[in-house]
Write a protein that binds this ligand. Structure first.
Ligand SMILES: [Zn+2]
Ligand SMILES: [Zn+2]
Length: 151
């Protein structure tokens, strides 16, 4: 994650240029891709004057605003979570919800179990279960048949 010091936008990864204002991060770049410090007028390696505009150096204020954004974001998220959980806890009729909740938990546990076993073992279990079902179905059919033939 990189944040442009000129337009203050966040960008994923470590890009060379800001995708929003076109400035190069931290250094000036010539068309051949040589990296020169911010203050130069010509490329230090090939002398090209066609240098990209560098992002301004990060000021303490910029760093502070980044931290503030981060802090405010996480605090906001925490507050929202607390409010939601609090509202849920206060409105829930626990006695009536124990069974559905247990079912939900079981279902989630089962889902979790299937995701941890994916893909090979699940297929095997599914195939085994399928075979078992077919077997019992066939047995029942046979029993019915025998019963009918006996009658
Ligand atoms: Zn930018
Ligand atoms: Zn150059």
């Amino acid at each position: 994650m990189r944040r442009c010091t000129a337009c203050f936008r966040f960008q994923p990864g470590r890009p060379t240029y800001c995708a929003f204002c076109g400035r190069s991060f931290d250094v000036r770049l010539c068309p051949r891709g040589h990296r020169s410090p911010r203050h130069v007028t010509f490329c230090a390696e090939c002398g090209s004057s066609d240098l990209s505009t560098a992002t301004p150096p990060s000021s303490p204020l910029f760093r502070f605003s980044g931290w503030a954004l981060y802090g405010l974001g996480s605090i906001g998220l925490l507050i929202v979570l607390v409010v939601i959980v609090g509202a849920l806890l206060s409105t829930v009729d626990w006695q009536a919800l124990v069974n559905p909740l247990l079912n939900l938990l079981l279902m989630l546990a089962f889902l979790y179990w299937t995701t941890t076993l994916l893909p090979g073992p699940v297929k095997k279990v599914g195939r085994m279960a399928g075979r078992q079902i077919l077997k019992t179905l066939r047995k029942n059919k046979n029993n019915d048949y025998q019963r009918k033939s006996r009658l």
